[in-house]
Ligand binder design. Structure first.
Ligand SMILES: [Zn+2]
Length: 170
């Protein structure tokens, strides 16, 4: 790979991972004082007669505020959040239903915190009851999905760089 295209992890001023850019762009940001090098790669980058150490992780000098746009609650987004896994029995399937943890007729709301993916069997078994009443335990406490696009980057790709790991959430 041409070292100018080499991927560089970009951290916010808070050290929170923001995105990935190409080494060429990272070097420009550093040169303009808009970012600092946090980790260097062992390689170097050549440009005309200049040689730069190849950055691997950079941190922005200024805080980037990202708009907090809440994803719209839909069947697709709930199944996606739950990785197409029934939140009661753990079965991975595309045959899923939306379950209100606290049933709607009992005052349960139609919110990210009260809807989960359930396979048809678990949904039928739970029926109009709460998980406690039905003796069913949720695999995860439901929360709104990440609205950070950083997490759209494939996991395997992020794992491929050793020096990135300490900056990435588990
Ligand atoms: Zn199930």
């Amino acid at each position: 790979m041409n070292s100018a295209n080499y991927p560089v992890l970009v951290l916010n001023q808070t050290y929170e991972p923001l995105n990935i850019c190409q080494a060429r762009r990272a070097v420009v940001l550093i040169y303009r004082g808009k970012a600092e090098v946090v980790e260097n790669d062992s390689g170097s980058m050549h440009s005309a007669n200049l040689v730069f150490p190849l950055p691997s992780v950079i941190r922005l000098a200024h805080l980037i505020k990202r708009p907090h746009i809440q994803k719209k609650l839909s069947r697709f987004e709930v199944f996606n959040r739950d990785h197409y896994t029934c939140q009661y029995c753990g079965k991975e399937t595309h045959q899923l239903t939306l379950d209100h943890v606290i049933p709607r007729h009992r005052g349960g709301e139609h919110t990210w915190e009260n809807v989960v993916s359930a396979c048809p069997w678990c949904n039928r078994h739970k029926a109009g009851r709460t998980p406690e009443e039905a003796g069913m335990k949720l695999k995860h406490h439901p929360v709104p999905p990440h609205n950070n696009h950083f997490f759209d980057i494939p996991y395997q790709y992020l794992q491929s760089r050793n020096e990135w790991q300490k900056y990435l959430p588990q």
